[in-house]
Design a protein around this ligand. Structure first.
Ligand SMILES: Nc1ncnc2c1ncn2[C@@H]1O[C@H](COP(=O)(O)OP(=O)(O)OP(=O)(O)O)[C@@H](O)[C@H]1O
Ligand code: SF4
Ligand SMILES: [Mg+2]
Length: 326
């Protein structure tokens, strides 16, 4: 059984400017220990997808359709109390800003011990012991001493490691990581990525890693879903998608990564801007920026179709593999 099965998720924001379909029919599933990279430009709906899974979407937003099955249980049917007992326990989230997790006025020890004891009837000493072990695991030197510190006494990278440790504390089945390393320098980013990946493998934790950067996903994720304007436009095993992208948008994202273009080719940017989500075009949302667009694309929106084992694509005129080799 999958750890997580998201089917046709729809999360809309009811704003003065109109209904914004931030997540418009998103589906994916994750097995134990599997890592999914959820990729797309700013505003494509990645965070709202993550927040929807944890039931953390606030007004004017609302999940208006679809199912989120977590270990066979539809999360929409749980009471708020049941959902709170899952959050931080079976399902955890890591945010871009670690201060979304950490309380600035409490020592790390207090926060970590409380995070364990909110869900498990264990002594302070046992919870503290667990905290020390997890802090060591995410690379905090002298963890027993560091427990006495406040969040501001850590560097940015170390603070994010503490937030990651809190997510791992109760050995969750699922972690949703929303760009947690984007603000860090490249070396620390890759260290943290490698550590989190290893931990997920060891413990069987399923991981959703949200990022705007396909290069991050390349070394981390088993599979990737590319989002554009609230929809998944391409998905599949990471290597397959990166070596032979079928969607012009994925191709565009890859073109802006050093070393991924064809030899001798300059890095390219996707022309145009991310769309206004309150006023999407009638047809394919990517049409105004697409070099393969024709009248069909402008007239109606493509559906997602299977193009091979575990691969989905939402495009009328996908790139076929032989073109890249020509
Ligand atoms: N509170 C809100 N009110 C109205 N619209 C919102 C709100 N939050 C998000 N949206 C809409 O949802 C869309 C998706 O937002 P989301 O935060 O998921 O994007 P993202 O892919 O995570 O982008 P980023 O890379 O910048 O974090 C946005 O384009 C915006 O139009
Ligand atoms: S459907 Fe048409 S406009 Fe949309 S990505 Fe495919 S080719 Fe481009
Ligand atoms: Mg986001």
């Amino acid at each position: 059984m999958s750890v997580l099965d998201v089917r046709d998720l729809q999360t809309h924001f009811f704003t003065d400017a109109g209904v914004v379909k931030a997540v418009d029919g998103v589906s994916f599933s994750l097995d134990a220990g599997e890592v999914l990279g959820l990729v797309g430009e700013s505003g494509s709906g990645k965070s709202v997808t993550g927040f929807s899974i944890l039931r953390l979407v606030d007004a004017p937003g609302r999940v208006v359709g679809g199912q989120i099955n977590f270990k066979g249980q539809d999360l929409a049917t749980l009471s708020n109390r049941e959902m709170r007992s899952l959050r931080g326990n079976r399902i955890a989230m890591i945010f871009q800003d670690p201060m979304m997790t950490l309380n600035p006025v409490l020592r790390i020890e207090t926060q970590m011990v409380e995070a364990v004891r909110a869900h498990h009837r264990v002594s302070h000493a046992a919870a503290k012991d667990r905290a020390i072990r997890v802090l060591a695991r995410v690379g905090i030197p002298s963890p027993a001493d560091r427990l006495a510190a406040y969040p501001h006494q850590f560097s940015g990278g170390m603070r994010q490691r503490v937030a990651i440790a809190i997510a791992l504390l109760n050995g969750p089945d699922l972690i949703v990581a929303d760009e947690p390393t984007t603000a860090l320098d490249v070396t620390i980013q890759s260290q943290i990525l490698a550590e989190v990946q290893e931990l997920a493998r060891e413990t069987g934790t399923a991981l959703i890693w949200i990022t705007h950067d396909l290069a991050v996903v390349a070394g981390l994720a088993d599979k990737v879903s590319v989002m554009y304007a609230g929809r998944i436009v391409e998905s599949g095993p990471t290597d397959d998608v990166l070596t032979a992208p079928g969607h012009p948008y994925t191709e565009g994202l890859l073109g802006s990564i050093p070393g991924h273009g064809r030899r001798g080719e300059r890095l390219t940017q996707i022309p145009g801007m991310a769309p206004n989500m309150a006023r999407l075009p009638v047809g394919c949302a990517f049409a105004p920026r697409c070099h393969r667009v024709d009248e069909t694309c402008r007239a109606k929106a493509p559906a997602i179709t299977d193009i091979g084992p575990k691969r989905g694509l939402r495009c009328f005129h996908p790139i076929v593999e032989t073109e890249g080799a020509a």
